[in-house]
Design a protein around this ligand. Structure first.
Ligand code: HEC
Ligand code: HEC
Length: 329
């Protein structure tokens, strides 16, 4: 009898410590995102951010002066555009859905193909892309050098004429200043237990414990930044993902895992905007995804009640933080 009691006690102690350990890994071990680290060649300054901001909103950066970076990356939509494909110059459409560029300063590699190493290098891509801004770099620099405000800023901040060095570093510095990490979820992990409702907390438990979502979308950034195939399509059609950069068949259908911060604002979803709502995204994962040969095996069928689907959605919407908008009103 005594042995039995001791056994029960031991079992109790083990399950209690397992429980405490779970709680610990669940919330307390989540660290805030930390500071953005700028590359040593381009330390961030207020002046650079201000110049970059003007350039980001300037339509003169496109061939017919109808498109700026902000045409596709709108502040009010978490710097995406809520369109399946975006509108570039001359009525052209982009081949992909415009991602949010909030917190872009944390990206180890840029673009859905996860291959461009810095924000500085990325800047010239949309400018030269025919369906986006369609500008020849030399023509653009000539044009912008004639804008006295830009030329004067270049001299003052960088001590040189306005050139590609000034253009790319300023826009990248501006992008590094786009921070969104004061969502209700952030307040919750910082210790404010009232920041999330019971249903939202239940949704977080589904997301982080019962399902497998945090394998690719771990807090606090809600992405591993790795290219993955999430079984979106059986046939990826014209856009084979990272394959188009490296020509490796293992990369077919792989796209950089997007952060889920501000997903409430960044619909439609996926690289091709093919999923319109969060409910439909959850349905996609619930079905186990399409059986593409490169699909990550973590993604398996599951079955949630409609109440649980709602809780999961409510949790995802706690990742909304538009406090950055105070700079753009
Ligand atoms: C016509 C619409 C359009 C314009 C204009 C545009 N972008 Fe984009 N942007 C996109 C699309 C679409 C993607 C996704 C491309 C991809 O990954 O292949 C993207 C991707 C990005 C990314 C990568 C984000 C990530 O998560 O990897 C950054 C950064 C970015 N754009 C910044 C800019 C800047 C800076 C400008 C202006 C110089 C600009 N964009 C102009 C549509 C646009
Ligand atoms: C194997 C890695 C992986 C797992 C596990 C995973 N995802 Fe994803 N998720 C991705 C990738 C990759 C994309 C982007 C695919 C694309 O663009 O075509 C994505 C996209 C999304 C998007 C759309 C974001 C946007 O801005 O377009 C949402 C929402 C999402 N996932 C939620 C979830 C949820 C909820 C779970 C758990 C049920 C989950 N994911 C599990 C890799 C994963």
């Amino acid at each position: 009898m005594r042995l039995y009691k001791a056994y029960l006690l031991l079992l109790g102690a083990i399950s209690l410590s397992l429980f405490l350990f779970q709680c610990k890994t669940n919330i307390q071990s989540i660290k805030p995102m930390g500071e953005v680290v700028a590359p040593s060649g381009n330390p961030t300054t207020e002046d650079k951010i201000e110049l970059g901001r003007k350039l980001f909103f300037d339509k003169r950066l496109s061939s017919d002066e109808t498109v700026s970076c902000s045409s596709c990356h709108l502040p009010k939509f978490a710097f995406s555009d809520q369109k399946t494909f975006s509108d570039g110059v001359n009525g052209n459409k982009t081949q992909r859905n415009a991602p949010s560029i909030l917190n872009a300063g944390y990206l180890p590699t840029v673009m859905y193909d996860a291959y461009i190493k810095t924000l500085e290098l990325q800047v010239i891509v949309p400018i030269q892309e025919h369906v986006e801004m369609n500008m020849k770099m030399l023509d653009l620099l000539k044009k912008l050098r004639n804008v006295s405000e830009y030329q004067e800023s270049a001299k003052r901040i960088y001590n040189r004429d306005f050139d590609a060095y000034v253009l790319t570093r300023s826009i990248a510095a501006f992008e590094r200043s786009l921070i969104s990490q004061n969502s209700r979820f952030d307040q919750y992990i910082a210790g404010n237990k009232k920041a999330m409702s019971k249903d939202e907390r239940a949704g977080w438990k589904l997301f982080s414990e019962d399902l497998y979502c945090t394998k690719c979308h771990p807090a606090p950034n809600f992405t591993t930044y790795l290219p993955e195939n999430n079984g979106l399509h059986l046939d990826y059609g014209a856009d084979l993902g990272r394959f188009r950069i490296f020509n490796d068949s293992n990369d077919i259908g792989k796209f950089k895992v997007p952060s889920l911060r501000n997903v409430e604002l960044t619909f439609p979803y996926m690289h091709d905007g093919s999923i319109k709502s969060i409910e439909n995204v959850i349905q996609h994962y619930q079905s186990g995804g399409k059986n593409h040969i490169n699909k990550n095996g973590i993604i398996q069928k599951f079955n949630l009640s409609s109440n649980q689907i709602n809780q999961l959605k409510l949790f995802l919407f706690t990742l909304t933080d538009t406090s950055y908008m105070s700079r753009f009103r």
